[in-house]
Design a protein around this ligand. Structure first.
Ligand SMILES: [Zn+2]
Length: 184
């Protein structure tokens, strides 16, 4: 399991880069929900601890349901997004897409570095992602790649965030301008 911070960097990037189609809050928050499975698995940290949450099908559905639940709290989430100065319009379909996409990216990353991720459960117990590089590269090297990729995505996410804040500030200044003019 890569550190949760790795997931947050990569998913923040996708949330900000694709925010026309993807809810930026849900795509990050769903990573915490998915890793609850690891915390509650028995025998932590040595035994098999990635089960159904870490799969494309069941995990993807859980992600979409999480998106629907977030829709109920859209007022609070909107206020939080305003506090961090990101323009935000909650939409149910965007929240569901974000939940599923966030889980898929999470499973892809965990699957490459954790021996017990079975991404295609319940159809097969194959550990396809883990086996992809297992015979050609040592796992430590694959983990290093994932770490480097996470850092690159995190830096890109910070740049996108700065641009989003600038856009937010610009449009709130314009909105203030318009309301001042209409008062005159
Ligand atoms: Zn995980």
């Amino acid at each position: 399991m890569p550190h949760p911070a790795y997931h947050i960097g990569v998913n923040s990037f996708f949330g900000l880069a694709l925010r026309r189609w993807v809810d930026p809050f849900v795509i990050v928050a769903v990573n915490v929900i998915i890793d609850l499975e690891v915390l509650f698995s028995s025998g932590f940290p040595d035994s098999h601890r990635h089960w159904y949450f870490h799969t494309f099908l069941v995990g993807g559905i859980i992600g979409a349901v999480f998106g629907m639940l977030c829709w109920l709290f859209r007022g609070i989430i909107s206020r939080a997004m305003k506090l961090v100065r990101i323009q935000y319009k909650p939409k149910l379909w965007k929240m569901c897409v974000a939940g599923t996409l966030g889980v898929w990216v999470h499973v892809l990353m965990d699957g490459l570095v954790s021996w017990d991720v079975q991404p295609f459960r319940p159809f097969t117990n194959s550990r396809a992602l883990w086996r992809m590089f297992k015979h050609t590269y040592p796992v430590d090297q694959v983990r290093r790649w994932i770490f480097i990729i996470s850092v690159i995505f995190s830096v890109a996410a910070v740049i996108l965030y700065i641009l989003a804040v600038k856009k937010f500030n610009k449009s709130s200044a314009e909105a203030k301008d318009v309301s001042c003019k209409s008062e005159i």
